[in-house]
Design a protein around this ligand. Structure first.
Ligand code: CO
Ligand code: ZN
Length: 328
């Protein structure tokens, strides 16, 4: 499964340009799906038939990006963020475009780090004039962090673990699940990072009885971090609340019961800033009882997100247990 996480996290796929990621997932799931389709926004919907309730599972394919807004006469690129990026993590960072064009991020002279913002930053792709830059990049093209996935043994560092690790969990569950007790729709969504957009339309289309997003969540286990009762290596989390959802008590309970019955370690999660696809799913049509399983992740939205491999494995186990339980 580490190979799968590596392949997915290294793929290019900023919000709105998820094709490469989708193609990888389609290749893996073709033999396993009862039906597989791509909707008009680009969500990949994989149906695994079962007898019971309709359950929508969602993991987003998109990652953060930097979109070119202006090319100056010396060939430097100005950009705008696609999704929640802090300018601080961009200093000295390398980025790469879909066509392979790579560059590094430079900064204008600033007197204090407090003055750092996107307007002070530019991408240098090694061009010496506008024309040369324009041969490689156009306005509206989007770059992503250029980083390889690192296997540290127990833990993994990569870009885009938010939420390719969630995609990997869904793929693995589909590969391992033998007898689903429910009618399952695995949705690999688009445009989560810019406002949970793909989940909104796919939930409307699927009309699920229950919704479950699989995503990453922050931790409170690093030096002087914000207080939060989640740590790496203590199991996947069962969300209670974030900015976009209060998990439905019935869904939360069935997740907790499944974890305890199977003896899988888990943590309860209250995320004070941030949301996931379940924020959109639970507000679809007349409302869909929904919850979230998260993989604890340090340094979210930086080029070096970190997860613990055991949390991923336990996440697969927990999800399988939930989906093999007939739901009322
Ligand atoms: Co994110
Ligand atoms: Zn995410």
């Amino acid at each position: 499964m580490k190979e799968l996480i590596k392949e997915l996290s290294e793929a290019y796929g900023p919000s709105g340009r998820e094709e490469a990621v989708r193609k990888i997932i389609q290749g893996k799931l073709k033999p396993l799906a009862d039906n597989m389709e791509v909707d008009s926004l680009g969500n990949l919907i994989v149906h695994k038939k079962g007898p019971g309730k309709r359950i929508m599972l969602a993991a987003h394919m998109d990652e953060l990006g930097l979109m070119v807004t202006f090319i100056d006469k010396n060939g430097f690129l100005r950009f705008s963020n696609v999704g929640g990026i802090s300018p601080h993590v961009l200093l000295g960072e390398r980025v790469v475009f879909n066509n392979g064009t790579a560059g590094t991020i430079g900064c204008e002279k600033i007197d204090s780090m407090k003055d750092l913002n996107f307007k002070k930053l530019y991408i240098d792709i090694g061009a010496s004039q506008k024309k040369e830059a324009e041969d490689k990049v156009r306005i509206g093209d989007t770059a992503v962090y250029q980083r390889n996935c690192l296997d540290l043994g127990g833990r993994i560092i990569s870009k885009a673990l938010d939420d390719r690790v969630g995609c990997a969990v869904l793929i693995q569950v589909l590969q391992e699940i033998e007898s689903p007790a429910n009618d399952l729709f695995f949705v690999f969504t688009v445009q989560e990072e810019v406002g949970v957009r793909g989940a909104r339309t796919s939930a409307y289309r699927i009309k699920p009885d229950y919704g479950l997003a699989v995503d990453v969540t922050r931790t409170g286990d690093t030096p002087e971090s914000e207080t939060m009762s989640v740590a790496l290596g203590k199991g996947p989390t069962i969300k209670v609340k974030d900015t976009l959802i209060i998990s439905h008590p019935r869904v939360k309970k069935l997740m907790v019961d499944a974890a305890e019955k199977a003896g899988i370690p888990y943590q309860l999660e209250v995320l004070e800033r941030g949301g996931t696809d379940s924020g959109a799913i639970h507000l679809s049509r007349g409302g869909v009882p929904s919850g979230v399983m998260s993989i604890p992740c340090r340094y979210i939205h930086t080029p070096s997100e970190m997860v613990d491999y055991q949390d991923v494995i336990h996440g697969v186990g927990l999800l399988k247990n939930i989906l093999e339980t007939p739901l009322e």
